[in-house]
Write a protein that binds this ligand. Structure first.
Ligand SMILES: Cc1cc2nc3c(=O)[nH]c(=O)nc-3n(C[C@H](O)[C@H](O)[C@H](O)COP(=O)(O)OP(=O)(O)OC[C@H]3O[C@@H](n4cnc5c(N)ncnc54)[C@H](O)[C@@H]3O)c2cc1C
Length: 434
């Protein structure tokens, strides 16, 4: 039986373990922190007996590898699979504009859905539809030198359609402002969302928190196949012999019984690991990426006036409101400026926004709050990143690199993490047959 040591217990680490455990590999997974989940984790609030996520994680119908993973670990029943795309966008006067598809034939249903989105003029809607149709034929390599904003301007998108449509999609997908993000990665993402068939554009919101919907089930699956998951094991050093890593050293243990190692940690963590007995003293040859924060404000309410599962807010400091019953979660992506503010300033700004956008909401409804600032939530997919990502390599024949930042051509998402794991697992399975 081939043995695989996996470093990191986020989506990439847990999915590598699932894919390989199922194929008969003996798995040992090392996670530095006492908990699993990485950047997608849940917390428990004992006062209200309520779990809440560091930030709402949404999946899409185009997350093919992630959905395959969730199917394997028996987690798909925990998802709300919508039949149609329906998003309620609210403006600062409390008016609601629906972006809603009908369950008819793709892509006519999508075109009709966009055409009915009245937050923007008829002409702007037509231009959006034209560009989405043109994307069926767009070659990605023609976009390497454009930012998203430049690409939208070249394609005659107006300020109105950028503000009330494209910017919302780009920031939600890339967590990066459109003047910085690469058009290459954005167009690839929207091709997968809108140009890949009926279910790919659907938004999928889990019923439960991240622990209950996937972490615990992935762990159960791996352990059922005899895998070991060891937490509080931070890898600090690797020892090489020729072009192989022969020892993996954590803060308290030495591991040397394995055939393959998969690193599933972000590049900033990988760069801290020392390498002994090699030309490479560490991983400083891996490019250093820039990161963008996500802010989440969770409010526990004595009275919850919201009817929908979630809302998008147009031209607001709050981008999304997710309704979890006992609490609501307010999300702001690319929140560089906001995270510098104090809790008091953030709350005051958010309450005034909520009262304007939802006249039924009163700040007196709030009984408690938690503010979570994820400073390195996702990497910034700018033009440099797209080029540097192609140069990532492992100089050791038994060490493989996975994680959302590796060369998947996808933004910093769950699907990128799981797809990277899937690709590496496949490569290891093929190598092990030689
Ligand atoms: C607030 C927030 C909201 C998000 N929303 C969405 C969303 O709606 N949809 C979406 O698709 N994506 C979303 N993302 C992005 C998504 O969470 C990440 O892309 C994904 O979780 C990355 O997984 P990963 O396994 O590549 O890395 P990570 O999750 O970073 O996992 C790496 C793991 O390695 C461990 N580790 C690090 N160093 C070591 C070491 N030396 N030894 C051992 N272990 C180590 C870390 O502790 C961590 O557990 C969001 C992210 C955040 C923060």
């Amino acid at each position: 039986m081939k043995r695989c040591l996996i470093i990191g217990g986020g989506f990439a680490g847990l999915s590598s373990a699932v894919f390989l455990a199922e194929k008969g590999f003996q798995i040992t997974l090392l996670e530095a922190s006492p908990k699993l989940g990485g950047r997608a984790y849940a917390l428990y609030e004992p006062k209200y007996d309520d779990y809440f996520d560091n930030g709402q994680h949404i999946l899409m119908g185009c997350y093919k590898t992630t959905l395959e993973l969730l199917n394997k670990i028996n987690a798909l029943s925990d998802f709300n699979f919508p039949e149609i795309l329906k998003v309620n966008f609210v403006d600062s006067n409390g008016r609601i504009f629906q972006l809603k598809t009908v369950p008819s034939i793709y892509p006519i249903n999508l075109i009709l859905g966009f055409f009915g989105y009245r937050a923007i003029s008829r002409r702007a809607r037509l231009n959006i539809i034209k560009l989405l149709i043109k994307n069926f034929f767009t070659r990605l390599d023609s976009l390497e030198n454009y930012t998203v904003e430049e690409w939208l301007r070249v394609n005659k998108q107006s300020n109105e359609s950028i503000k009330n449509f494209w910017e919302i999609i780009a920031i939600a997908t890339l967590n990066t402002k459109i003047n910085k993000a690469s058009a290459h990665i954005f167009v690839n993402a929207i091709k997968k969302m809108f140009n890949s068939g009926h279910k790919s554009y659907l938004l999928i919101i889990p019923h439960y928190d991240l622990n209950n919907f996937y972490v615990n089930k992935a762990k159960e699956f791996i352990e059922k196949f005899g895998g070991k998951i060891l937490t509080s094991q931070k890898v600090v050093k690797l020892v090489a012999e020729g072009n192989k890593i022969i020892k993996v050293i954590t803060n308290n243990t030495v591991f040397n019984e394995y055939d393959y190692i998969i690193s599933c940690i972000p590049e900033y963590s990988l760069r801290k690991i020392k390498i002994e007995n090699s030309y490479y003293k560490d991983f400083s040859f891996i490019p250093e990426f820039k990161y963008s924060p996500i802010l989440n404000v969770h409010l526990w309410l004595k009275e919850n006036p919201f009817n929908e599962r979630f809302y998008g807010l147009l031209d607001s400091s709050i981008h999304w409101l997710f309704n979890h019953g006992k609490h609501i979660s307010l999300t702001t992506s690319a929140a560089e400026e906001l995270i510098k503010q104090s809790d008091k300033e953030i709350l005051s700004l958010f309450y005034s926004n909520l009262e304007r956008y939802f006249p039924i909401f009163k700040s007196e409804f709030v009984i408690d709050y938690k503010i979570i600032k994820e400073k390195r939530a996702t990497f910034i997919p700018d033009k440099d990143f797209v080029k540097q990502r192609k140069e990532i390599f492992s100089p050791f024949e038994n060490l493989f690199l996975a994680g959302d930042w590796t060369n998947t051509e996808l933004p910093s998402t769950i699907e990128s993490a799981v797809f990277s794991a899937y690709k590496i697992a496949k490569e290891i399975i093929n190598t092990s047959k030689l």
